[in-house]
Design a protein around this ligand. Structure first.
Ligand code: ADP
Length: 248
């Protein structure tokens, strides 16, 4: 399959809350294997956009086409997760009382209850998948550690790992580097660049330094619409973008 095929196409999406338009005729395409950053001021519609993709918010109209033939607006949030879309919210939400390994185990066996899941034995392939993710997220030394004792950055990595064991095609990440140390942010950038290609990533981010290190393609949202799209350099030179960010 060509690298340029879209993994996701949003077509003329409208979302309003009590008459307030959060997204207006929003159209957007993400290519297979692409690492896209979504930026824009507060209230621009970035969270609503993620909510529409994951089925948390139903658009008033428009289509969200995944992998060229699945209209996500007809699916429930769990069904959307199962087609291969993983989302990470800004705050890490891990099972604090369980070990790092158990957290990954539960994420991998999403179809079972927590306890049924911890009782069920992993097969060799699942074991390998968890080991690979532990190594990738640099959590190998912490596998038996209680997740609640991890640093904030390690919890963020663990949560990314919980998504990765499910082998999603498309990852949606909300400010993944928020609250991380410089070294952790640097590793997150390296990690995302290595995930792109195999996975498609959509990253909502405020930190322009981080955006600069990860994305070749940036979409600027403003008042529920796409204001500009292109390389970070291109959008930063765009007069309208400058106006929106500097309030001139
Ligand atoms: P961003 O993530 O870019 O900061 P949001 O998608 O959270 O923007 O919000 C876009 C706009 O929609 C904001 O003006 C916000 O107040 C409004 N909004 C978002 N969710 C709701 C809701 N559930 N009810 C009413 N207004 C909402």
């Amino acid at each position: 399959r060509a690298q340029t095929d879209p993994v996701l196409q949003l077509e003329k999406i409208n979302v309003s809350f009590d008459g307030f338009r959060a997204l207006t005729d929003l159209s957007l395409q993400i290519g297979v294997g692409e690492l896209r950053c979504i930026i824009g001021p507060n209230g621009a519609g970035k969270t609503t956009l993620m909510d529409v993709i994951t089925g948390k918010t139903r658009p008033d109209n428009g289509r969200v086409v995944y992998d060229q033939d699945t209209d996500l607006t007809t699916l429930s949030p769990p069904e959307i997760a199962r087609v291969g879309i993983g989302r990470k919210f800004q705050k890490p939400t891990v099972f604090e009382a369980l070990t790092v390994f158990e957290n990954l185990e539960i994420a991998l066996k999403t179809d079972k209850s927590v306890w049924a899941c911890l009782r069920a034995k992993l097969n060799g392939e699942q074991q390998d998948r968890i080991d690979d993710v532990l190594k990738l997220l640099r959590l190998g030394g912490s596998r038996q550690r209680t997740a609640g004792l991890l640093s904030h950055g390690q919890k963020q990595f663990l949560e990314i790992g919980m998504l990765l064991v499910q082998e999603p095609h498309l990852l949606l990440l909300d400010e993944p580097a928020a609250g991380m140390t410089d070294a952790e942010t640097e590793y997150t950038a390296e990690l995302f660049r290595s995930l792109a290609g195999k996975h498609s990533l959509m990253v909502v981010e405020h930190d322009m330094g981080f955006v600069e290190t990860i994305a070749d393609h940036v979409t600027v949202l403003h008042q529920g619409q796409v204001l500009a799209e292109g390389s970070l350099r291109q959008v930063q030179a765009n007069e309208q973008v400058i106006e929106v960010y500097l309030g001139r």
